[in-house]
Write a protein that binds this ligand. Sequence first.
Ligand code: ADP
Length: 284
Amino acid sequence: MAECDHNCSNCSSKCEGAPKYFNLNQFSHIKHIIGVVSGKGGVGKSATTSLLATAFQKNGYKVGILDADITGPSIPKGFGIKDGIKGNENLMFPQLTKLGIKIVSINLLLQHEDDPVLWRGPVVGGAIKQFYEDVLWEDLDYLFIDMPPGTGDVALTIFQSVPLDGVIIISTPQDLVQMIVGKALKMANMMNIPVLGLIENMSYIKCPNCNTIIEPFGPSKLVEIANVFNIKPLIKMPIDPNLTALIDKGCIEDYDTNYLNDLIKLINKDVAHKIKLKKIEVDS
Ligand code: ADP
């Protein structure tokens, strides 16, 4: 075995100092888990999580989404899912989207989807544990976790207790967000979670009449911020009224996600590379 570098995210040894992850049930197997994070709300983290999941599913992967944004859960709405989660005494069964993505969200357990969730951190942490351990995820290639915005209690619980392969950070081009990206990134670094890269959402809008590109939040900061923090700039996503409309109609899967195909290849390569590194380390 390789000498310990105290980077537990790259190591499968069950030593004393290893993190105590939540235990997946015996009927589920998840190959890769990716957290989608943002420093603040409203930057399109949930929309991006949904688009990534949709793109992966359309490319033949088996995908799930764990909506961990417990106090502002918006994943089911974009997929038009209204039916609650069912289960038996041991397991909860996720809801399936039209394309077959498995979804679990607190909204699917509430009596009314607009009921507020007035829980304190430890209770929310308990819900996340259940969503991870007690859901019949079966075989998934990718589980995306839509993290709560910021660096609070729940984000910390997930970073510590779920074996994430990495996180993707979502930001918009506003200056304020740069500082906030820094917070999300530092948190990931402190917890030894690899950062797969940065997505700039709401980067520009294309005029539907003349195709002129307008940058309502100012020029893109994707490369600049990625360089400052030494992470990969992944993709600029436009503001697209069609996307908003499809989310509002519950039809996000009808959105054309072909422009994300290169990103999918990149994420796959990065995640595979990380697994290879881990294997070399464990074998040596
Ligand atoms: P967050 O999860 O960061 O709080 P959401 O994903 O819920 O943000 O997005 C906030 C709002 O912005 C939603 O109404 C969503 O439909 C809309 N939205 C997000 N990204 C885009 C985009 N690229 N184009 C158009 N609307 C978007």
